[in-house]
Design a protein around this ligand. Structure first.
Ligand code: MD3
Ligand code: FE
Length: 214
């Protein structure tokens, strides 16, 4: 059972459900994600300019996020040609508990941060409808998250995200600039070999295509 029992903390309009996942749920989730990564192995995305991102990524769901020399976009297949695995039930439980809408996400983007990995400030705006929230789940090492407003050089707030924390971005926060400045590498013993996994659940397309994504 996944539920939150205290009101979220407000962080630049983003809602933080601190410690929502128990250690046992986090461990189960890591096992489930290991299975996902068998069909859809993590890869290092490359930007259009040819730079390798420091974060490794894969996805679950009917659409996954990819980036290569042709640019970045959502695709129905992993670069290896396979369709993405289904979004795990436990992840869907988190979505239902916090998003509180009758639409399922199309994409669960899975980011892995090793030592020194970071993610620069960006907006997530490749999805068609920003009225849907984005929900994020943090697993493993602590990460310094930074969120600003809808202009690139505005004021920002920083906050350490820890294993089991769930963030929901909706309303004005949905188009806020955000990024991960750094990890406290080795701060958690959840993942063998340390590092951090972040899941982001997104509604990408205008219409659900079938009843598995009603
Ligand atoms: C605020 N991931 O995958 S999660 C991303 O920790 C991404 O890996 C970071 O930014 C990570 O795009 C941050 C929190 C997050 C995710 C999506 C957002 C914050 C957001 C979308 C809009 C605003
Ligand atoms: Fe993002």
């Amino acid at each position: 059972m996944i539920a939150h029992n205290s009101p979220p903390l407000d962080l630049g309009g983003a809602k933080l459900f601190k410690g929502m996942l128990t250690r046992a749920s986090q461990e189960t989730l890591v096992d489930v994600l290991r299975e996902v990564a068998v069909t859809a192995p993590f890869f290092h995305p490359v930007t259009q300019s040819g730079k390798q991102m420091s974060v490794r990524m894969t996805s679950a769901g009917r659409l996954g996020w990819v980036s290569d020399r042709r640019g970045y976009r959502y695709e129905p297949r992993h670069p290896n040609g396979a369709t993405w695995p289904a979004i795990p039930d436990l992840v869907m439980d988190v979505w239902r508990a916090v998003a509180n809408i009758d639409r399922c996400p199309d994409c669960c983007l899975i980011n892995y941060y090793g030592e020194g990995a970071r993610m620069g400030m960006h907006q997530d705006k490749d999805e068609v409808d920003f009225s849907y929230p984005v929900v994020s789940i943090s697993l493993g090492d602590d990460a310094l998250f930074r969120i600003g407003g809808t202009v690139r050089r505005g004021m920002t707030q920083s906050m350490w995200l820890q294993s089991g924390d769930v963030l929901m971005m909706d309303g004005a926060a949905r188009l806020a600039y955000h990024g991960i400045d750094r990890l406290r590498f080795g701060s958690s013993d959840l993942l063998k070999g340390n590092g951090r996994i972040n899941l982001t659940l997104r509604v990408v397309a205008a219409e659900p295509t079938d009843d598995t994504n009603a």
